[in-house]
Design a protein around this ligand. Structure first.
Ligand code: GLU
Length: 293
């Protein structure tokens, strides 16, 4: 039996959607639609400080408007909201903790910055300087005392340990840690470039990396389409899939829509929001064209 293609669009309601989101949504929808598959919508709202209900309401309305008169456009119900799934993320964290792969990190950003600044050659990853490992070697008694004392902490992945274990686990399964990328072919995952990533933030009991990887598995997404700006994140996601025994989807990291000045669009570019465009006289078909469809 042929397995249907399942794709998703996963916006965060931290602002209005812009043309880049329109491109990502239409891209994911088309990949599913053209193969007779399923297109899902997921609301990535773990960041309670930055997400707003009105942005979520508007994004649903703006997306429906965007797909007007586009045959077969729409997403399946129910829409998954990450804020409803915190127990799933907690369970995965507990599992990684049992495997001895997590450690609490009490550092503030300022503390990390100061440490990086005074290092002779601080290693950098795709998102900036790597965490210098300050809390990695903390004595268990100090860890316990600081946790019990109510100090806030993030949970970081001990990357060296995690990669070693994942390689051992994968050797017994499908071989090397890699994924199939529609644009780049087989890509060997190199999660070490990210250093000890945060898997649960101080203010949110999960992180983008953990939530997105688990949700794609839980929702049966087998073709992850997203912008090429998230390509490097896939190295971490592939590692988490190995450690947690999750399915490995194919990935299609597509190009980004840029503004007139060639900069990629961001939520701050008000003029290009779907919400703003919708209020002008423009038609959804014209906006789809602007978004490359
Ligand atoms: N929520 C992410 C964003 O809005 C996208 C996550 C993903 O596609 O993996 O940028």
């Amino acid at each position: 039996m042929k397995i249907p293609t399942i794709t998703r669009f996963a916006p965060s309601p931290t602002g209005h959607l812009h043309l880049g989101h329109a491109h990502a949504a239409l891209f994911a929808w088309r990949e599913a639609h053209d193969r007779g598959g399923h297109f899902l919508l997921r609301i990535e709202d773990i960041d309670r400080d930055r997400c707003r209900p009105e942005f979520e309401r508007d994004l649903l309305a703006d997306l429906s408007w965007l797909g007007e008169e586009l045959e077969g456009f729409g997403w399946e119900q129910p829409v998954r909201r990450q804020s409803d799934c915190l127990d799933d993320y907690a369970q995965a964290l507990a599992r990684l903790e049992e495997m001895g792969l997590l450690y609490p990190c009490f550092c503030t950003r300022a503390h990390i910055r100061a440490e990086v600044e005074q290092a002779v050659a601080a290693p950098h990853g795709p998102d900036g300087p790597l965490y210098p490992g300050l809390c990695r070697g903390m004595a268990p008694e100090e860890r316990a005392a600081r946790r019990e004392g109510g100090e806030s902490y993030a949970l970081r992945l001990d990357m060296a340990k995690a990669v070693k274990l994942a390689m051992e686990m994968e050797a017994g399964r499908d071989g090397p840690l890699e994924w199939r990328d529609v644009v780049k072919g087989i890509v060997v995952a190199q999660p070490r470039i990210h250093g000890d990533v945060v898997l649960a933030r101080k203010d949110v009991a999960t992180s983008y990396h953990l939530a997105v990887t688990l949700d794609d598995h839980t929702q049966g997404v087998n073709l992850v389409t997203r912008g090429e700006d998230l390509f490097s994140a896939t190295h971490v996601h592939r590692l988490l899939q190995a450690l947690l025994g999750l399915d490995v989807p194919d990935y299609h990291h597509h190009g980004l829509i840029t503004g007139p000045d060639d900069r990629r669009l961001a939520k701050r570019d008000k003029a290009a929001t779907l919400h703003g465009l919708r209020k002008s006289n423009i038609t959804p078909a014209e906006v789809r064209k602007m978004a490359g469809f």
